[in-house]
Design a protein around this ligand. Structure first.
Ligand code: FUC
Length: 771
């Protein structure tokens, strides 16, 4: 028996170690966040989520606090934010900018050109679940973990020789948050359980084994209903508005929540009906069955990919200690693997087909007025959330972003008409749940014209990775419509004769200007992908042909007097400016127009610009710079910034900077999830790049990561790869072809090309000799 068992484990390990890409990974290394103490702050609590229902688990002993969100609870109501009279001022604003009268242009734009109203609205917290345990003050053996392999948070400790254990998960198939409580001794569980919220307008009612919380947001059309139901072998009574449970050996709590949001134009939903229906479906299911269904659903996504940089023993330390140790000694390679796997976990937990895209905070927010409204900022943050998604094999988690683009093609068309008298659609730098697409906040940064172009590149990128022609066919109207907007919006600059984007802004530096470099890079990329898509789909040739001549006369990338890539049309960059945004380097990453192969001089200038900007930054800024340095093929420099990104946000000297919180959430500060995703993308760009018609292996491997292996990583062209390296040298690589396209592999100075067939895997050694 024993021998049989051992050989099964061995077989699993062999499959795991030598698995081909595309094969389900039998057994992943157990990878988790772990702590010896309960969370004191929200940024120490551990997140679970199913794309729409999110929770933060504090893991307290005498009192458990589970703060939760439902992704559609926002302020405001359906609203068209466009300013009907704005278009009448466009020519005047342009003229003032051409004449160099920036202040006057900004003032006029502020008065006449902005969104109505000028601010969008906040994402809201939903509620809080509390569980009070009596006489649990003297405890030992405390452990709090988030197991990324099965997406379950656990808390365990001992009181008077009895072990108490909690598990918390957010199930996608059952649409509930489940909390399971057990004790090692029969009938030892005694606790009070109740719901609350920080909304002014709230009501809690209890009945039998359940409690319902109803909230209404301030100044808005949305209300939320949440019900918890408890299944226990103990006794349930009602005391002081709480469920009072005594003499239980186990208890499972199922919580769900919904709002009346249907879509950005419709708030006729009936959460009062949805919530009981969801609970009725699951209430007769035992916790073990709920858990099994949850794990199998989660692992169908999570188990496709695996990354390791070796483990030097530090992975057994508490995660908060590892983050703080990393700041003094950045030698914990497994922490980088954890960072990538955690980003995958956060993607799966915050962005599932049919849900909203991840906001600035994913789906996790405990504040009525969260930082930057916890909304969608498109001049870097929203796109960064989706940078790694194709590469780390979670392609379908990209879908919520495409749905948002679909909505924007409606609201953004109204803005295009009202503000620019143009067809097509446009989005500015911020979007909320009502899909506000007009320029908000202030003219000097709110009027940024890159939104529709940048978002559209995600549709194209999804196609490049998947080569899914049906998808391209379905989404082509969206990118075409964005391109149509820009083809009408671009304006011939009287000073230079180039086609330029005006008025606009280089996010968020230098105020309102004519012709920021970033916009031109974005618009060229959009035009090129629209032309390519029309060719692939054999459609719309006339429109595609009309874009071609425009590309040639859009203001080009320029090298300025400091050897820098110019951020603006004029050569006015300040080398002392250490601003967090580095927008004019978009064409280096995530774009590809500037690269070492074709445009080495521009690449050199871009690198110079990044050196001037320096190595500091907010969380997302550090993350972007990691991607840039990887594209510059300087892995050691990228690692230097990873050192900062994975160090504590609150430093021993009392200073606070871009970094990580104890729960490994990215710190802008405050918490912003973009850095988690951008950082993961940067780590992957060190070991694989595919933005230039070939797959480059280990293009920017830092000295600090001499060994490692990855499987299930995806490259453009429909390829899935597994490879490993030792002593900084490629050891072996396997390529699974999903689309049957020819494959070009590059490692060091060697490039090979081979034909492929759909479903076939090709194996090579470290010198790219076929095995
Ligand atoms: C942009 C950035 C800020 C922040 C905010 C959400 O305005 O400049 O740093 O990330 O978005």
């Amino acid at each position: 028996m024993r021998i049989q068992h051992a050989s099964i484990i061995l077989l699993c390990l062999m499959l795991y170690c030598c698995g081909n890409p595309g094969e389900a990974i039998e057994q992943k290394e157990v990878i988790k966040l772990q702590y010896n103490e309960p969370a004191k702050k929200w940024t120490e609590a551990l997140p679970v989520g199913n794309g729409s229902l999110g929770a933060m688990i504090y893991g307290g002993v005498s009192q458990e606090h589970i703060q939760f969100n439902e992704e559609t609870l926002w302020r405001g109501q359906p609203h068209d934010y466009s300013n009907k009279d704005a278009g009448g001022y466009l020519d005047k604003i342009r003229q003032l900018l051409t004449e160099g009268k920036q202040m006057q242009a900004q003032k006029l734009a502020q008065q006449e050109f902005m969104s109505e109203p000028i601010k969008q609205v906040h994402y809201q917290p939903f509620g809080d679940m509390y569980i009070d345990f009596k006489n649990h003050d003297n405890y030992s053996d405390y452990k709090r973990e988030l197991d990324l392999n099965n997406a379950i948070g656990t808390v365990s400790y001992t009181v008077d020789g009895v072990e108490y254990k909690r598990e918390v998960l957010s199930s996608f198939p059952d649409q509930i948050i489940a909390v399971n409580l057990t004790s090692s001794k029969a009938k030892a569980l005694n606790f009070d359980l109740w719901l609350d919220a920080i909304h002014e307008d709230k009501a809690v009612t209890s009945s039998n084994d359940s409690q319902t919380l109803v909230v209404k947001v301030k100044g808005g059309a949305l209300r939320g209903v949440s019900t918890l139901k408890i299944k226990t072998n103990g006794t349930i009574s009602h005391v002081d508005g709480k469920l009072h449970i005594t003499q239980a050996s186990n208890a499972s709590i199922y919580l769900t929540a919904a709002t009346n949001y249907v879509d950005f134009e419709d708030v006729s939903g009936e959460p009062e009906k949805i919530v009981p229906k969801t609970l009725a479906t699951v209430s007769n299911t035992g916790y073990e069955a709920v858990k099994e269904k949850h794990i199998s659903d989660y692992q169908s996504l999570y188990n496709r990919f695996q990354i390791s940089f070796g483990d030097n023993g530090k992975s057994k330390n508490p995660t908060d200690q590892r983050i703080s140790d990393f700041s003094s000694d950045p030698n914990d390679p497994q922490l980088l693997a954890l960072y990538v796997e955690y980003a995958r976990y956060l993607t799966i937990s915050s962005s599932r087909p049919g849900t909203m895209p991840a906001t600035l905070q994913g789906i996790w927010n405990d504040k009525l007025t969260p930082p930057w409204f916890s909304s969608y900022t498109t001049n870097i943050n929203l796109e960064m959330n989706y940078w790694p998604v194709e590469m780390y094999n979670l392609s379908e988690c990209h879908e919520p972003l495409f749905d948002l683009i679909e909505d924007l093609s409606v609201t953004g068309a109204k803005v295009a008409k009202a503000h620019y008298n143009a067809e097509g659609w446009i989005a500015h730098h911020n979007i909320d749940i009502w899909r506000g697409a007009a320029p908000v906040n202030a003219s000097h940064h709110g009027i940024w014209l890159g939104g529709a172009a940048w978002l559209s590149t995600h549709i194209w990128e999804h196609y490049l990775y998947s080569l899914d022609k049906d998808f391209l066919q379905e989404k082509y109207p969206l990118i075409r419509s964005a391109a149509l907007f820009y083809s009408q919006f671009l304006y011939e600059d009287p000073n230079t004769g180039y086609l330029i984007s005006s008025p606009s802004n280089s996010p968020e530096i230098g105020g309102l200007v004519a012709g920021p470099t970033m916009d031109h890079q974005l618009i060229r990329a959009l035009f090129k992908s629209t032309i390519a898509a029309s060719g692939i789909l054999n459609t719309d040739q006339e429109f595609a042909s009309s874009l071609k001549p425009m590309i040639a006369i859009i203001a080009p990338n320029q090298i300025g007097k400091h050897g820098q890539l110019q951020e603006w049309l004029e050569d006015k960059d300040d080398p002392e400016n250490h601003h967090r945004h580095v927008s004019h380097l978009w064409a280096v990453h995530p774009g590809n127009e500037i690269n070492w192969e074709v445009t080495p001089d521009l690449m050199k200038a871009a690198k110079q610009s990044l050196e001037y900007r320096g190595d500091n930054g907010t969380g997302w800024s550090l993350a972007w710079k990691i991607n840039f340095w990887s594209r510059f093929r300087d892995g050691d420099h990228a690692y230097k910034l990873l050192h900062k990104l994975l160090s504590p946000a609150e430093r021993p000297d009392g200073k606070v900077g871009g970094g990580s919180y104890p729960n490994l959430f990215d710190a802008h500060p405050p918490f912003q999830i973009d850095g988690n995703f951008g950082g993961a993308s940067g780590i992957m760009e060190m070991i694989l790049q595919s933005h230039l018609d070939k797959i480059e292996l280990l293009p920017a491997l830092p000295d600090a990561l001499p060994e490692g292996d990855v499987s299930g990583i995806v490259a453009r062209g429909g390829f899935e790869l597994s490879f490993s390296w030792e002593e900084g040298q490629l050891k072996s690589v396997s390529v699974l072809s999903k689309s049957g396209m020819p494959c070009v592999l590059k490692y060091n100075d060697k490039t090979i090309q081979f034909e492929t067939e759909v479903g076939e895997t090709y194996h090579f050694d470290g010198l790219l000799n076929q095995k």
